[in-house]
Design a protein around this ligand. Structure first.
Ligand SMILES: *[C@@H]1O[C@H](CO)[C@@H](O)[C@H](O)[C@H]1NC(C)=O
Ligand SMILES: *[C@@H]1O[C@H](CO)[C@@H](O)[C@H](O)[C@H]1NC(C)=O
Ligand SMILES: *[C@@H]1O[C@H](CO)[C@@H](O)[C@H](O)[C@H]1NC(C)=O
Ligand SMILES: *[C@@H]1O[C@H](CO)[C@@H](O)[C@H](O)[C@H]1NC(C)=O
Ligand SMILES: *[C@@H]1O[C@H](CO)[C@@H](O)[C@H](O)[C@H]1NC(C)=O
Ligand SMILES: *[C@@H]1O[C@H](CO)[C@@H](O)[C@H](O)[C@H]1NC(C)=O
Ligand SMILES: *[C@@H]1O[C@H](CO)[C@@H](O)[C@H](O)[C@H]1NC(C)=O
Length: 753
């Protein structure tokens, strides 16, 4: 057991940049050298024929099509639009070749164009990816989480990080706060402030980085000029940038960790935190009755504190979803729409965009010879000497092995050729190694090798530090995140939701040595991936919701997050699972991608009281003593045991795959919208199922009114053990709220890798 994910950058996910999509399309058009430009346009000159700026920009770009006369060998496609601005700026960002840029300058309305480096990209871009913005929605409604206290249970904190400064924060601490800033070894209590309001006993000094990183995602303050070796530069901020942080360091000594974590949860409750963020895994193979973490998190729920935890990653935590407690929010990881690219410019004028693996300090590399060995063994084994130039790696070993091998040497540069798709390669490889290195597609590699063989002294130049946003599709569920159901409670959907967990930039202890291949170095920020990174995003959203709706219970907050989650990606198609490139099932992504602004106003919530959770425990044949160890009272009431928990999801658990099954559910929803409302049921049917909802219409006359309904799901059975899934959506009449609950027919033997 241990922290879910952590420093290793093994968990890399499928991302398709708009660039690379454009490049892979139809022709090998990627081989025109294109650079990202921010183009300013005079919108008053927009021809009337266009209905909006976006179509105008697209049309302007399209008109440059097929005019790359220099590259007959490589048919050219259109330069690609990365994104269009309409509010803060007027203009767009797109990739252009020099020729296209010249042509663009003749276009109507053109004002100016600057290279990508001249505009600011936002660090910890994930708040923008989640549509958090200062003008409307959850940020202003919650005052950015002001006076909500987030307890982070992790490896401690690096208090000197700028993410934990208290600029702009009220010095008056929330009244409910009863905790302390406990002094410890290399942790002077003067290091706490109005942002970092408390740390636990012992020394909370973070010597691993994980805690600093997760705390800054959940509630880091604004920091201008953050970046990781030039990537992702911009203003770093947490999801709840004005929330207060209390940090509880838990021990790393094996075998003691669960006790420490349970103690930390206990302390956090006593201190008065509102939300607990816990990117760590439960002990494996411990029955629930003896699981301290289960009991501590149950206690948090009973005290009105929502615990947000990570689903866990394959490799670190085994194959079974870990934190599947019904009383916590379980978060899995997906990609964002941001990627870090590099360019390999061949001396013949062609240019290839790759996926950067580079960390270092050189933004523009000079032209170097391309080193290619026909027998293809070079990157598979020890290098006897370091070739002067950029090594072309297309060995016989899996790419991850080649990368690991090359990372041991101080090479001048390397280009790794993906065997299948870059996406599937990148899943299993370290994405940052200490050399100017990139992965290119096998399609682009053909042109590269053609060039290399066409000349005696092939030369190329690498350029890094290109951060690209607007990548589609996104999100995609990480292949490395653990899948549900939770074996503890197979009838409760887990994970609950998907949140950004891929290549997220966040704070890092500046004096913590990082080791990558041959190199050790230091950085104030780091880019990591995993469900550990997803969890604090959801914790931050929960903190904002708590700020906006202090009266909501932990179950209410979770319900709002789940029923407003989006099952579609940014191309409006079902979110894909990187494990198989098919539509992700709720056992992979829960209800879908969190949507903070929608969660602010969910319409209806599926609430649950601590007694409802007791009823669930009572249905599990535990002894009175065992149940008492959760409720901390011998007087718990087991008169109405029920495994049909008021959860915003429906899971039909099959005992075998062939026999038809009928399962009934009863749910109660609370109207949290203002005033009267009517909702009608709409069902998308899981394959092979019928779903009956009674009544099909719910009429609420006032706020906080409750209504119950019944659902009967029948599944005819199938042989293949496939997961079938759908949804029940309560659609507001004469309004635009939609309260969505996933339906899953969970196979008896669910797929494992
Ligand atoms: C295409 O390129 C040629 C040669 O550079 C140039 O004269 C012409 O104006 C361009 N066409 C358009 C539509 O911009
Ligand atoms: C803590 O820091 C303050 C201010 O920097 C200093 O005066 C004090 O001596 C320090 N205390 C310890 C125990 O180091
Ligand atoms: C980056 O390069 C500069 C100048 O060569 C050097 O002073 C600095 O230490 C380097 N930084 C890192 C992190 O390697
Ligand atoms: C490349 O992919 C093929 C087909 O999937 C596989 O047989 C081969 O082992 C792979 N080669 C490497 C170097 O991974
Ligand atoms: C509880 O015990 C009863 C009787 O022994 C059994 O029928 C039932 O399946 C058990 N329930 C669970 C959840 O184990
Ligand atoms: C236990 O719960 C039931 C149902 O809610 C209630 O009727 C009963 O009075 C409770 N018993 C005790 C001892 O509180
Ligand atoms: C739902 O089911 C319960 C128990 O089966 C029943 O008592 C109740 O009347 C049903 N409600 C509706 C609206 O059908």
């Amino acid at each position: 057991m241990g922290f879910v994910n952590g420093v290793p950058l093994r968990h890399l996910f499928f991302l398709v940049s708009c660039l690379l999509l454009a490049l892979r399309a139809e022709s090998t058009s990627s081989l025109i050298r294109r650079t990202a430009y921010m183009v300013h346009m005079d919108t008053s000159l927009m021809p009337k024929a266009f209905k909006d700026h976006h179509t105008w920009y697209s049309s302007t770009i399209d008109s440059l099509k097929f005019n790359n006369s220099g590259f007959e060998n490589y048919q050219s496609s259109s330069p690609s639009l990365i994104y269009a601005y309409d509010h803060a700026l007027s203009g767009f960002c797109a990739l252009f070749s020099l020729q296209e840029l010249q042509d663009l300058k003749k276009s109507v309305g053109f004002i100016s164009a600057f290279k990508d480096s001249s505009f600011t990209l936002h660090t910890t871009h994930t708040p923008e990816f989640l549509s958090l913005n200062p003008s409307t929605g959850l940020w202003p409604a919650s005052n950015y989480g002001e006076d909500v206290i987030v307890g982070v249970i992790d490896s401690g904190v690096w208090p000197e990080s700028e993410s934990f400064k208290d600029n702009g924060m009220s010095p008056k601490l929330p009244k409910k706060w009863k905790g302390m800033c406990v002094e410890g070894q290399s942790f002077n209590s003067s290091l706490c402030n109005a942002k970092l309001i408390g740390v636990s006993m012992n020394s909370a000094r973070d010597t691993r980085g994980h805690g600093t990183y997760t705390a800054s995602i959940a509630a880091g303050n604004y920091v201008a000029g953050a970046n990781f070796f030039g990537y992702a530069s911009g203003i770093a901020k947490g999801i709840a940038p004005r929330a207060r942080l209390a940090v509880y360091k838990v021990s790393w000594n094996e075998g003691r960790y669960v006790y420490d974590a349970a103690a930390a949860i206990d302390q956090a409750i006593a201190d008065g935190v509102d939300i607990i963020s816990m990117s760590l895994s439960r002990p494996k193979n411990v029955p629930l009755q003896r699981d301290l973490l289960a009991k501590a998190t149950f206690g948090a729920m009973a005290n009105g504190v929502l615990v947000s935890s990570s689903a866990g990653n394959k490799g670190t935590d085994g194959e079974i979803l870990q934190n599947g407690y019904p009383w916590v929010l379980t978060v899995t990881a997906g990609t964002t729409d941001r990627w870090y690219t590099g360019t390999l410019a061949l001396e013949n004028g062609l240019s290839i965009t790759g996926w950067t693996l580079f960390i270092g300090n050189i933004s523009n590399y000079r032209s170097l010879p391309l080193v290619y060995e026909k027998r293809r063994f070079m990157c598979d084994r020890a290098l006897w000497e370091i070739p002067i130039g950029i090594i072309i790696c297309n060995g016989y070993l899996p790419l991850s092995h080649q990368i690991q091998n090359i990372a041991q040497y101080r090479v001048w540069g390397a280009v790794f050729i993906a065997n299948k798709s870059i996406s599937s390669e990148i899943e299993n490889t370290q994405h940052t190694i200490p050399c100017p290195c990139m992965i290119i597609s096998s399609r682009d590699a053909l042109a590269l090798l053609e060039y290399v063989e066409s000349t005696n002294s092939p030369l190329a130049r690498m350029t890094f530090h290109q951060t690209v946003e607007g990548i589609k599709p996104a999100p995609i569920v990480s292949a490395n995140a653990l899948r549900g159901p939770s074996l503890l409670f197979p009838g409760i959907l887990k994970p609950d939701v998907l949140a950004p967990g891929t290549l997220v930039l966040a704070a890092w202890p500046s004096k913590l040595k990082m080791e990558k291949g041959w190199r050790t170095f230091y950085s104030r920020y780091n880019i990591l991936s995993g469900t550990s990174m997803a969890c604090p995003h959801a914790s931050g959203v929960a903190a904002l919701l708590k700020g906006a709706h202090p009266e909501w219970s932990p179950s209410g907050i979770r319900s709002a997050i789940m029923t407003t989650a989006n099952p579609l990606d940014n191309t409006h198609s079902p979110i894909k699972d990187n494990m198989n490139n098919l539509a992700a099932s709720p056992l992979a992504m829960g209800a879908g991608q969190i949507q903070p602004n929608e969660a602010l106003d969910p319409g209806l919530i599926y609430d649950a009281t601590p007694q409802d959770y007791v009823n669930l425990l009572c249905s599990m044949n535990f002894t009175t003593e065992e149940i008492s160890s959760f409720t901390r009272s011998r007087n718990h009431n087991c008169s109405t045991p029920s495994s049909d928990f008021n959860y915003p999801a429906f899971v039909v658990s099959r005992h075998d795959n062939v026999t038809p099954i009928v399962q009934k559910f009863q749910r109660t929803v609370t109207n949290v919208g203002e005033g009267a409302a009517t909702y009608k049921a709409r069902v998308t049917y899981p394959e092979g199922s019928t779903v009956e909802v009674l009544p099909g219409e719910l009429i609420f006359r006032k706020k906080y009114e409750k209504q119950s309904y019944n659902v009967t799901i029948s599944h005819k059975g199938n042989n293949d053990g496939e997961i079938s899934f759908g949804a029940l959506i309560w659609v507001e009449q004469n309004g635009n709220r939609a309260v969505r609950s996933p339906i899953v027919i969970s196979p008896a033997i669910y797929p494992r890798e």
